[in-house]
Structure formats: C-alpha cells, structure tokens
Design a binder for this molecule. Structure first.
Ligand code: ZN
Length: 664
C-alpha cells in the first residue's frame, strides 16, 4: 500500500477541517482499508462558540457518513474536554453515552458522533485515523494471530478484542495510563483494526499506510497469488437461482434481489471442497455482521430439500433461519427482540456467491464485503487457520443497540421493494409511465421496446431500457434470461407492447390485420409463455395485461386492433386459471382515451375532435366523469394491481376510461 498524499494539494487547504476531509477521503478511497461506512477519523481544533470564546473541539466522523465521500459537515464538533472526561468514568451505558455526546455537540444540527468519539478524544494527538484494514485484520483472525502481530508490530500497542464504544475507549484509557503513546506508531486492535495518530494529518495518514503495508508485505511473503481459488464460471441454472431467491424472500417475508457473482474468484471459492466450512466461521470484522449476518447460507448446486421427520422437507434458507434462531436464543438476553433470520449472502456451490438485499445498493455493499471476505479467508488459511471472533462477540455487536439505531434509519420499504419487473413497449406512453411507476414503487425494472429510444429514456442501473423486438423469439428469450441472471428472478410482468392502426374497414384490411395480430396478440402470448417458468418461482408474482376499452366497446374501422385486444383479454383469463395454483395473478386493465401516448399526435387529436364536432379539450374528456386520463394514471393503476392491495384478485378486467356507458 502506497501513500497517495499530494503535498501540492495539501498546501491549498487552509484549515484543520479541510485537511481532515482530505486525508479521510484518501483513507476512504482505499477499499482494502475501509468499506461502506467503516472506520472513522478525527481532528482536534479550536473554534469560537456562540459568544465568541475559544473552545477546544473534537471534530469526529458523524454517523451516516462514509470516509470515501465525507465533507466538512460530516464531522460532528464535540466539546473536547467534556468528551475526554467521559472516559474517566467507570461505566457508561449506551443510552448515556449517546445522550451525553449529543449534549456536547456545538451544533445540534450536526450528525450523531461516531461511537468511537471518546476514544478519539482521549488520544493526546491532534489527528487520529482508524481503519479496519483487510491485511491487518486477516493476520489477527488467525489461530496464531496474536503472536504474528506482536512480532510484526513491536512499535505498536497491541490490544485484545473488546466491544467498540465505551468499553474500547476504557481499554485504551487504561492502557495509556501505563504506556507512553509517544513510543508507539499506532494501536492494533485484534479482530478489529488499527489506530494511528500524530499532530500532523500527513504523518497520521502515512503511519496508517506504513503499518498496513507491513502486513501486506508479510502476507505477500507467505501467500502467492496462486493460492486463491479460481474457476471458470459455468452455465448458470436460472431456475435454481430463482428457487434460491424465493426461499430467501420467504424466510425474510419480503421480496429481495439476488445478485449473483460468478466471477472466476467467486466460482473458485464456491468450488472449494470446504467452502461451506470457511464461509460460516464468521466475518472479517465484527461490524460487517450488520450487513452480512455472521455466516453465509450454503446452497447446493441443485435444489435439494432436507428430510424433516415432523414437517415437510426444508430448503437451505429455512435451515439457515432455524440455525439463526438457535444462535439468537443461545446469546440473547431476555429483553431482546430477534432481527429477521434471513441470510444476506450465500455460497452457491460450484457456481459463485449471491448477495441478497432490498435494493441494488444494498446488494452492492454486501457483494463488496463478500469479495473482500473471500480474499481474507483464503489468505488466512494460507498463513495458518482462519478464525473469526467467537459467535458471542459477533452477536453482541449485531445486537448492540447503538448499531441497531443506525440500521433502523433505513425507513419504510416501498410497496414493490426488492421486486423485479419486465415491461414491454416501454419507450413511450403507458409502458414508459408504468416502468417509471414500478421503479418509483421499489422495483428493479427492465423495459423492452423495439424503439432504440428505450435505452435513453430508461437508463439507470435499476431502471433499464433494452432494445427488443417482441416478435423475435430468440431475442425475447435472451433478454428475459438476462434479467433473471442479473437480479435473481422475475415477479412482475406488464404486457403492454402493441400497435394501433385505425381507419380501415374489414373489407379494406390487409397487412395491418396480421401486423396487429402478430404484435398485439401473438407476441404477447410469446413473452408471457417465456416468462411463465420464472414467474412461477417469483415472489407474489403478478402479470398485468394492457387491454383496451375497444374489447367491450369496439368501434367501426378498428377490427384488427379490437380483435387483438379481445384476444389478449381472453389470454389473460385463461392464464389466470392456469397460473393460480402457482400463486401467479393475471389481470387486465382496459384504458381508453389516453392521449399523451406516442400514437396520438396533435394532428390526429385535432382530426378526431373535428370528427366529433368537439374542441380538443371536450374530446379528451368525453367520458361519463368528464376526466382526462393520463398515462401516469394507468401506470399507477397497474402498479397497484401488481401489489398487495389486489393480492386476492386474479382474472379481473379493470376499466380505466373515465366511465363509458357502453362498457358499463
Ligand atoms: Zn472500528
């Protein structure tokens, strides 16, 4: 590991806090030092209080901020002397600590200070850096870890693991009553991480880099790159992936994405004969438990269920949940409530690892931690024997009230959180509005359209537009497979793609007839058919077909369109009958007079209005309720039908037309 400190840049920074932001970000940019909110930093400085008096302040990382992206407001300003005084107490409850630290803030709008604030305060140096460096923690997570570390770091204070927060602050406080910190370059906390300190930001940062580099060099001398498992990714059994995902959703009681990593490194690890043992010994550092739980769930390559004498056979996720309950009961105190028992990641034998989360962001964090975990475990095994902290210590951190408060801030999940949807005809109109609505309601959405524009209007990592002609079977098949492989399954299918051509009476109909039947009816059946195997393994799966008012109230000159929409309506009714046993609901919406879609140009609208001898405004609202219906209204209805409010409804036809006397 090399210092990234740039003197030229540092010279432009005029105050302590700006410099603190700079070297904090340098630490945060290094994934092997800290990941996703791990680690914390501080600087001691002097500021003016409200009355203009000088006050000594500890600026310490605030909770909710990440070192990689932290800014000045991410540091909580605490009164330094009083924060130090807290360390002199014999005990301090979590509630008192959180309360007192908040009370010592010079600015009540600042974020809550790091749980290590007291420790930062009592280290008698201006700048303090703390990381959970992979290399150092890997050495300490070993049967002979303490011996290795003591030998490698004669210039550091080495302390055994204790709980973070006040207990750790107290441990360091007691240690520095005996030892003079000035003889040390840093503090190594077994199974946890490293602290460095100096009166100068660069020195504290570069001490960190040097100490971590020493561990990396030691490892490089013992472990060659070839000691990491590697395997070519094999063909992934998509239905098995859906099956794994559904079992986790059921244990969690909510939809989850299942993001597969079948890279050579992950597939290699998953192919190790003892992968199951290695992935269930515990996390790299205890705080990872909040993201990943203590152990991975181990999935067999193919679906197997274990015999259970009293009950139906159970799958791996269910077994994981049972084991989790037992772990909770072993370690919990009476007043505790169990968190959900679902796994956050899995090792899928011979295939790779899978991250489970309610959002892509969460899955990415878990996948990042997993990637590092696999490396650290194999490094640890190559050096000696990988040993994480005992389960009891991990449990204490997982159920530490201060961490639970942080995690609980996530807020209420959205109605379709963790679900995966495909919308056809998504480049414009009702399809586009529906894709956006489902996404806003928590889904990961892939919109298909023959219009290349779809890739521009839907272009985020969770709202994706893909060019696809629904009349081409192979293309449709591979696009559906790609969605399942990327997110782990399929829960919602909105069949919307269609063309509308009118003005031809039956005796004039020629190619437009077969075009309407091909696209509106046959292609709809094709997409549905190809999605059915995945929908059957979906979570609360739902299909919504976009029909038309023309089905029950046809108009002259629109035979092809009306017949095709009658066809999809009948298709939906039969599908509802066929799929009910697999808990897949199928419903049809019948919109009318939705004018903000691609088919209705200003010109076409004007012509139609003239034909009815109306103004455009009158024409747009010519329904019983005199309401204009927008594509966003249809989208909101579709999202609602796909959700729990309509959980007991299947085979229904729901008009959204402002009221039409012919339909009623
Ligand atoms: Zn820490």
């Amino acid at each position: 590991m090399k210092s990234q400190f740039k003197v030229q840049h540092a010279e432009t920074l005029t105050d302590d806090l700006a410099m603190r932001v700079y070297t904090s970000r340098l630490l945060g940019a290094e994934e092997d030092l800290v990941m996703h909110g791990g680690g914390n930093t501080s600087v001691k400085s002097t500021v003016k209080d409200f009355f203009g008096r000088d006050v000594e302040v500890l600026f310490v990382k605030g909770s909710g901020w990440d070192l990689k992206t932290i800014e000045a407001p991410g540091f909580s300003p605490l009164r330094l002397n009083e924060t130090r005084m807290l360390a002199q107490r014999d005990t301090l409850s979590d509630d008192d600590m959180a309360n007192q630290l908040r009370a010592l803030l010079l600015d009540q709008t600042a974020p809550s200070p790091s749980v290590e604030a007291i420790l930062h305060a009592l280290i008698p140096y201006k700048v303090v850096d703390h990381t959970h460096a992979d290399a150092v923690v890997t050495l300490t997570n070993n049967a002979s870890g303490e011996a290795i570390v003591s030998q490698l770091y004669p210039d550091c204070l080495v302390l055994p693991y204790v709980m973070p927060g006040f207990v750790l602050a107290k441990q360091v406080y007691d240690a520095i009553q005996i030892h003079d910190l000035s003889q040390f370059k840093g503090i190594i906390l077994l199974h946890h991480g490293v602290f460095t300190f100096a009166d100068d930001a660069r020195a504290a940062y570069e001490n960190m880099i040097q100490l971590v580099d020493r561990a990396e060099q030691y490892i490089a001398g013992k472990v060659s790159a070839g000691s990491f498992a590697s395997a070519a990714s094999s063909d992934c059994d998509l239905l098995r992936l859906c099956d794994i995902r559904r079992s986790v959703c059921q244990v969690r009681g909510a939809a989850q994405l299942a993001v597969l990593n079948d890279s050579q490194a992950a597939a290699g690890f998953a192919s190790l004969p003892n992968a199951g043992d290695l992935a269930t010994r515990g996390p790299i550092t205890p705080d990872h438990v909040l993201r990943t739980k203590r152990t991975a769930c181990i999935f067999e390559r193919e679906s197997v269920t274990q015999p259970d004498d009293a009950q139906p056979p159970i799958d791996e996720a269910t077994q994981f949940a049972r084991d989790y309950r037992a772990y909770f009961q072993r370690h919990a105190q009476t007043s505790m409530t169990m968190l959900d028992p679902a796994p956050r990641w899995g090792v899928w034998k011979n295939t790779g690892t899978v991250a489970f989360g309610s959002s892509l962001k969460e899955c990415k964090i878990i996948a990042d931690i997993d990637r590092h975990t696999l490396q650290c475990i194999q490094t640890g095994e190559a050096i000696g024997r990988w040993e994480a902290l005992p389960a009891k210590d991990i449990f204490d951190l997982e159920y530490w009230v201060l961490e639970q408060i942080k995690m609980a801030k996530a807020g209420q999940p959205k109605v379709h959180q963790g679900k995966i949807a495909i919308v056809t005809g998504a480049a414009s109109g009702i399809g586009l509005a529906t894709a956006k609505q489902l996404h806003a309601d928590g889904c990961v959405v892939v919109g298909l359209d023959v219009d290349p524009n779809v890739a521009e209007v839907l272009n985020s990592d969770s709202l994706i537009g893909r060019v696809c002609d629904v009349t081409e079977e192979e293309t449709v098949k591979s696009e559906i497979a790609r969605v399942v492989k990327q997110f782990g399954g399929l829960d919602i299918l909105v069949l919307n793609a269609g063309v509308f051509e009118s003005g031809e009476t039956i005796d004039e109909l020629d190619e437009s007839w077969s075009r309407a039947i091909d696209i509106n009816l046959t292609a709809t059946q094709r997409v549905l058919r190809l999605c059915i195997p995945y929908l059957k393994c979906g979570y609360e799966a739902s299909v919504v077909i976009v029909g038309s008012r023309n089905f029950s109230a046809p108009g002259a000159g629109a035979a092809a369109y009306s017949v095709s929409k009658a066809g999809v309506t009948q298709l939906g009714r039969v599908a509802a009958l066929e799929l009910a046993a697999d808990q897949v609901r199928v419903n049809t919406v019948h919109p009318d007079a939705v004018f903000d879609t691609g088919v209705w140009t200003d010109d076409a609208l004007k012509k139609s209005a003239v034909r009815y001898n109306m103004s455009i405004e009158e024409y747009k609202t010519k329904n019983l309720l005199s309401r204009e219906i927008k594509s966003t209204d249809v989208a909101a209805l579709i999202s609602t039908i796909a959700g729990p409010i309509f959980g007991s409804t299947t085979g229904a036809q729901i008009p959204i037309d402002g009221g039409n006397d012919r339909v009623i």
